[in-house]
Ligand binder design. Structure first.
Ligand code: AMP
Ligand code: GLY
Length: 373
């Protein structure tokens, strides 16, 4: 049973459906597009008890959790406590995405390169921290503290990150986050703004080892030329020039594996997808963020290239140490994901528009549906 109802979950269902094990696939809550590839179970995403009951009633052998919110809320803990194998981190391990501050502390402890940062709880402390970042020195700092990145500590569906160009914008953002509590957060991570191109490197993890998937790149701003607001992602592609399997493995050794080792030492081993959002800077790659799930829309470009049985990989990753000797085989083909969103996305998307023309789509194009009826 795949949990979720977005384009990512549709791509996961399709990849699982290609398994030679010919699984019976369920998806909760899915959507009308996913219904073409999996049987829909109409259980809401935020009702963990009902999801557990559905899994027990359907005698589900493996649950694959798509989105971060149920992971952070402990869905995997609940399923496993009831004997249902699940692919995804426990609530304790999902804090790597659930709290930016937790993630930055883990990066520091694991010794992985990241942007300079401080966590603050008041706007005044935030402005002082920005000044301190500005006096760090180094080539990147000759321009002073701005732009600076301000991040709400908790989950904010991709909307809790502000890149402030000057002090006025920083004040407004700190007030929005720490006084108006727009994202139910009590602390903010103030972070050095890094220049470069981004790379999304997802790794399958079994608590012990991190096995990198094919690198991808996603594009977060809407409109041509990156002129619109930030979104969850408007498109992606894989592979990425210059990042072959050897380079991906070197990055996983530098970024994912030390985090995995740290989580294991703490007694909260990480199983599931560990997604490193990297910035490729002039000084080398830096870790911008960790996510604890498949990326969306990276997954829609990555999984169609996977030739290895995804069901076997995810079943093995659900067991501690189960990925030993796992080898991922990728098609050399290139995959590009383009998101077609409703008018008004991301601020005020219009719903109710009809989608047609799907029967005219070329044979080598996959249509993944997100949140459609
Ligand atoms: P996050 O919520 O941490 O994933 O951040 C969302 C996006 O904000 C990232 O994918 C980057 O595009 C951008 N971003 C985050 N942190 C930084 C940073 N330190 N410097 C530059 N851009 C950043
Ligand atoms: N594509 C960005 C994310 O999944 O967080």
């Amino acid at each position: 049973m795949v949990i979720g109802g977005g384009g990512r979950e549709h791509a996961i269902c399709r990849a699982l459906a290609r398994s030679p094990q010919r699984p019976e696939l369920l998806c909760a809550p899915g959507n009308a597009g996913i219904a073409g590839d999996a049987r829909i179970v109409e259980t809401p995403l935020d009702d963990a008890r009902a999801l557990l009951e559905a899994c027990l009633a359907e005698r589900v052998d493996l649950v694959v959790v798509g989105p971060e919110a149920p992971l952070v809320d402990g869905l995997v803990d609940l399923l496993e406590a009831n004997g249902i194998p699940a692919f995804g981190p426990t609530a304790a391990a999902a804090q790597l995405e659930g709290s930016k501050r937790f993630a930055k502390e883990a990066m520091a402890q694991a010794g992985v390169p990241t942007a300079a940062w401080e966590a603050v709880t008041t706007p005044a402390d935030g402005l002082a921290a920005i000044d301190r970042l500005g006096s760090l020195g180094g080539a990147a700092r000759t321009r002073g503290p701005y732009p600076v990145v301000l991040k709400a500590d908790g989950l904010a569906a991709g909307k809790g990150v502000v890149i402030a160009a000057d002090e006025a914008e920083a004040r407004a953002a700190l007030d929005m986050l720490l006084v108006d509590h727009r994202f139910d957060t009590t602390s903010v991570v103030v972070e050095e703004c890094l220049d470069g191109v981004e790379l999304s490197l997802l790794a399958l993890c079994d608590g012990v080892r991190a096995i990198p998937m094919a690198p991808a790149r996603d594009f977060k701003r809407i409109f041509d030329g990156d002129r619109g607001p930030n979104t969850g992602g408007m498109g992606s592609f894989s592979p990425v020039d210059g990042f072959d399997a050897g380079r991906a493995q070197a990055l996983a050794d530098e970024f994912h594996q030390p985090i995995l080792d740290l989580m294991a030492r703490r007694g909260t081993p990480f199983r599931g997808v560990l997604y490193a959002g990297l910035m490729l800077t002039a000084d080398g790659p830096r870790l911008l963020e960790l996510n604890v799930r498949f990326g969306d829309p990276e997954t829609q470009a990555v999984l169609p290239r996977l030739r290895t049985d995804l069901l076997d990989l995810l079943s093995r990753a659900a067991r501690p140490g189960g990925l030993e000797d796992a080898v991922l085989d990728w098609s050399p083909d290139h995959a590009v994901t383009v998101v077609l969103a409703s008018a008004g996305y991301p601020d005020a998307p219009r719903s109710g528009d009809q989608i047609d023309g799907l029967d005219a789509v070329a044979a080598d194009v996959e249509v993944n549906h997100a949140g459609v009826r």
